[in-house]
Design a protein around this ligand. Sequence first.
Ligand SMILES: [Zn+2]
Length: 346
Amino acid sequence: MATSFPFAAIVGQDEMTLAIQVVAVDPSVGGVLVLGDRGTGKSTAVRALADLLPPIQVVKGCPYRCDPSKPAQSCLVCQPEKTSHASTTGKLKTESRSVSVVDLPLGATEDRIVGALDLEKALSQGVKEFSPGLLAQAHRGFLYIDEVNLLDDHLVDLLIDVAASGENLVEREGLSIRHPARFVLVGSGNPEEGELRPQLLDRFGLSVNVKTPQDLALRVEVIKRRDAFDKDPAGYKAQWQGESDKLQKRIVKARKSLDAVVVDDEMLTLCAQLCQQLGTDGLRAELTLLRATRALAAMQGSKRVSTEHIKIIAPLALRHRLRRNPLDDTDSGERVNRCLQDILAL
Ligand SMILES: [Zn+2]
């Protein structure tokens, strides 16, 4: 794989880098939707995501990257009684692998995504074997779809199903395969080029708007860094290694302290009030708000969630869940901020 731009060296896209770090700390926040113009570094930031996370332990040889500590969620191959990977003691052998960030290109076929019969093996050896797809590769990692708003409807349905169940079920060509596929969906796109369906929108925990930076000094800095990276990707990455390690340590520490962060009733009430006033459907918005503020608090080393955390997270967690108001063309993040200010002023 080509060297990715170091995450720590990204400047001028604070909202996007914050959202990505929050889901790195707590993947149950859900996916991240990145909306904005072309050439604003959306893909760069997503591909750099792997920098943030330490390697994971997987069952040795498992094509689905099963988690040895969660046998109940394992694929059929790894379930202890049927396993071919188990050692004599019945304990699974493990190996460490880096967290995957898998690209799902717009032109990908359904076979490529869900996996299919390995035709070569079928023809040459007469063996029916499943060849895993992108969903298998993305298990326990991230699935990235650039221009997600242009993805075919039937593929969107498929992704919504898998994202909701955490499982990929393939039944065709005489195969019946079921394997775990839990991933964080990261989508980017330009909303002017096509709308996103509400069911898919709902799958994203956070959404961020990226714009070309307007500050001149910042623009110069972005260009300088990009140019230095393009000249010598490996050298530039090495130069940033210290910062990257610090960032990864911070994420790992935040993950460990997540459960200890207190969210008291006052803060929960504020989240509920905000969602109620904005008229978001269901309770998913509140849950996302709760998880994301807790992750932010953990990242900042705070012991409890405060109003300040909610102020930072609310636009990211709620802006894509607002109903359109045709008479109000304010940026939806701005609408969220306004509503929060009104509640806090009471
Ligand atoms: Zn497995």
